[in-house]
Design a binder for this molecule. Structure first.
Ligand code: FIX
Ligand code: ZN
Length: 424
């Protein structure tokens, strides 16, 4: 290439990069897995600086640098816990971790100058907010068009909210979460019996019928986008225990009939350190073969899968290449860091093209939508731009409309199309 040609190529590359950044920055996202709630769920919707600072990612981090008896920490009011995190992770050392950086990004994007380092000032800003208006502010700042909640009928705080009903809110879609059913059948079966389902715990035909009725009732009530479970690294399929049997005989037929996917989030070791509560979960490499078997044996079901261990990512992509009923999504939890997002997104583009959903936020605090999306967008834009530049080298120029189309797919459109194929 001559000098002039190289200059032109560099200019074209820069134009592609600018275009991709603009499109990715502003693409309205459908966030397909979160733990935030619509305002009608009242106190379950968490927001504000004290909630941000006591996010379980930060609780794990503060105990590394300033351990104290767990009971003493949990006995403190939320503001006391937040003060403790602020002092040890932001004031006494620089907040370089991804979770710490996230708090600063939120404050910064809300126009609160984090450099003031004045927690009470930040608190004042949130104290003057009303939940409904703040949802609008955050969705606008994060360019989020809708989120999928995690809705758990076994949760004693959440269940009564459903009994009370209330108008559906298109900004907050639902997902029926059923972990206790698959990971703690003996006690889940007792609860189903308490709620009036004819379940004895022996997994006989009466039990299976009762579970299917339970699932159908909650699907009718919640109208979920999908059913979901998180599973440990020891998950195997097929399997003759309660987990395998309930998946095969209850969840999959019910999902097929309802026309919704089944989402599996695999690889979490729950309560490695129970003193840390929600912050006490860990990770382990899981068995991708189980995912492959599940999808192969049930071609009429649709599966959304994310795995927590870095080791599982390549095999999961290769498995998805073979199985069109498998949709890979997100960089989950300990993978939601720029270095991991970059590696995984690159690998997914290279192996799966655009047929995946690169990211979900997993936000537990409303405000986190701002940082989780702004941090992820920056990485996804860079990787996507690299790919378009590679195409340009091969003589294929993408148009603005094509970039917009592709980005819309990555930020929720492809997920919606995949869900639509689950309809009977
Ligand atoms: O199981 C899940 O959906 C996990 O994402 C959460 O339980 C976890 O605590 C979390 O918030 C991770 O980001
Ligand atoms: Zn989650």
């Amino acid at each position: 290439m001559g000098k002039l040609d190289m200059k032109t190529a560099d200019r074209d590359d820069a134009m592609v990069r600018d275009l991709v950044c603009r499109e990715v920055d502003h693409a309205p996202v459908l966030d397909i897995h979160t733990h935030i709630y619509a305002p009608r769920f009242g106190s379950l919707l968490l927001w504000g600086v004290d909630e941000l600072l006591t996010y379980h990612y930060l609780v794990a981090e503060v105990f590394r640098v300033a351990p104290m008896p767990y009971d003493r920490f949990w006995a403190m009011p939320k503001s006391g816990q937040a003060d403790y995190v602020w002092k040890h992770l932001f004031i006494e050392r620089s907040p370089v971790s991804e979770a710490c950086r996230g708090v600063l990004t939120v404050l910064h994007e809300l126009g609160l100058n984090p450099a003031r380092r004045d927690l009470d000032l930040f608190r004042k800003y949130f104290a003057s907010m009303d939940a409904e208006a703040y949802v609008e502010t955050v969705f606008r700042a994060a360019h989020v068009r809708s989120v999928v909640m995690t809705n758990d009928p076994f949760d004693d705080l959440e269940r009564p909210m459903w009994d009370r009903g209330g108008a559906a809110d298109p900004r907050f879609q639902t997902a029926l979460r059923i972990d206790p059913l698959l990971t703690g059948w003996p006690s889940a079966s007792k609860r189903l019996a308490d709620w009036g389902y004819p379940v004895r715990g022996d997994l006989g035909s009466g039990d299976l019928d009762g579970v299917r009725r339970f699932l159908n009732d909650w699907i009718a009530r919640m109208k979920p986008r999908y059913m979901a479970v998180s599973l440990s690294p020891s998950f195997r399929f097929p399997e003759d225990g309660p987990c395998g049997r309930l998946i095969e005989e209850c969840i999959l037929p019910v999902a097929r009939q309802a026309g919704i996917p089944f989402a599996l989030m695999i690889g979490v070791r729950r309560q490695v350190n129970p003193g840390l509560r929600l912050a006490g979960d860990g990770v382990g490499a899981a068995d991708v073969q189980a995912v492959s078997e599940l999808c192969m044996r049930h071609p009429d079901n649709r599966f959304l899968v994310t795995m927590l261990s870095r080791q599982n990512q390549h095999e999961l992509c290769v498995t998805a290449r073979k199985l069109p009923n498998l949709h890979v999504f997100g960089c989950w939890w300990f993978l939601n860091n720029p270095s991991m997002i970059e590696e995984m997104t690159r690998q997914r583009f290279e192996l799966l093209g655009l047929s995946h959903t690169p990211q979900h936020s997993d936000a537990r605090v409303l405000d986190q939508l701002i940082y989780k999306w702004s941090h992820s967008r920056a990485v996804i834009a860079e990787v996507l731009a690299d790919k378009y530049v590679d195409l340009a080298r091969a003589g294929w120029q993408v148009t603005e409309a094509e970039v917009r189309r592709d980005v819309a797919g990555l930020f929720g459109g492809t997920f919606e199309q995949f869900c639509a194929t689950a309809k009977p």
